[in-house]
Ligand binder design. Structure first.
Ligand code: SAM
Length: 277
């Protein structure tokens, strides 16, 4: 019988955030695949767990996943852990899960700390819907393209960023998304945990004094792309509005129907207007 694959969340700072279930799984598995074996050894030593470790990091994720799948097929139970938080969230994990599904191997998530979720729930921004975009590319052009892509996102945006790139990323956010309200969730679960709230420019003014690990949360756009386009259409004269659709190759009946819908009026009104012309 094949073994089971566990994706085990570990603390993001405060060791008390490990769960009893996570500890039990780490004690029971045959092998722990860790992003950084030295880092995980520290965690295991703290909880007096002794287990064979194998490295499993981004650059080797594909090839190592194949090796691990063979071990699972042989009946070994394996836990995947990252340096901090939930594996697979801006951390290795995704590849082995895909391969395990293909090989009919049972996969079990062991819940625990995740920086983005804990940052979001106390941010004061909307938690109803959110969009996590992970780390932005280090290439400036790609970074800008990604931010352009989410410019009209009305959901709360959540990003991860390396401490030394915070300033550059906030400047790019200011340039592309505007001076929105943001929250920096700093040093979550650690002694210096802090939530810094303000507009992008207010936070940029204080950037030199802000240190540590961060999650960046950005308030969603208060106008969606669709609403913006609609309000632009409403600002057109009826003739301009008509031409806009005519240029798209629509027939008269369809154009009148759409204008009426855009302006929230009866289509007969629009029809009468154009008949009188
Ligand atoms: N898998 C992790 C999780 O579940 O959150 C995320 C790993 S990712 C490689 C590291 C990024 O997560 C950091 O650059 C930072 O943006 C965020 N992060 C991790 N721990 C954090 C903490 N204690 N406080 C604030 N942000 C943290």
């Amino acid at each position: 019988m094949p073994g089971k694959l566990y994706l085990v969340a570990t603390p993001i700072g405060n060791l008390e955030d490990i769960t009893i279930r996570a500890l039990n799984v780490l004690k029971q598995v045959d092998l722990i695949a860790a992003e950084d074996t030295r880092h995980t050894l520290g965690l295991l030593n703290h909880f007096e767990i002794s287990k064979p470790l194998i490295s499993y990091y981004k650059q080797t994720e594909k090839s190592r996943s194949e090796v691990l799948i063979e071990k699972l097929k042989e009946g070994k139970n394996i836990a995947i852990v990252s340096d901090a938080g939930t594996p697979g969230i801006s951390d290795p994990g995704e590849e082995i899960v895909k391969l395990a599904i293909q090989n009919n191997i049972e996969i079990i998530p062991i819940p625990g700390a995740c920086a983005l979720i804990n940052a979001l729930i106390v941010s004061g921004l909307s938690t109803r819907e959110f969009s996590f975009i992970g780390f932005l590319s280090t290439i400036k052009k790609e970074k800008k393209e990604k931010l352009e892509e989410v410019k009209f996102e009305t959901r709360t945006l959540i990003l991860y960023e390396a401490p030394h790139k915070l300033k550059g990323t906030l400047e790019q956010i200011f340039e592309t998304l505007g001076n929105r309200n943001i929250v920096l969730a700093r040093e979550l679960t650690k002694i210096h945990e802090e939530f810094i709230r303000g507009t992008v420019s207010e936070i940029l003014d204080r950037i030199e004094e802000i240190k540590g690990e961060f999650v960046i949360l950005v308030e969603g756009n208060n106008i969606s792309k669709k609403d913006l386009e609609l309000s632009n259409l409403k600002n057109l004269s009826l003739e301009e509005h008509y031409s806009r659709y005519e240029n798209q190759g629509l027939d008269k009946k369809e154009i009148i129907k759409r204008i009426a819908k855009d302006r929230n009026v009866n289509k007969n009104e629009i029809y009468q207007y154009f008949i009188k012309k």
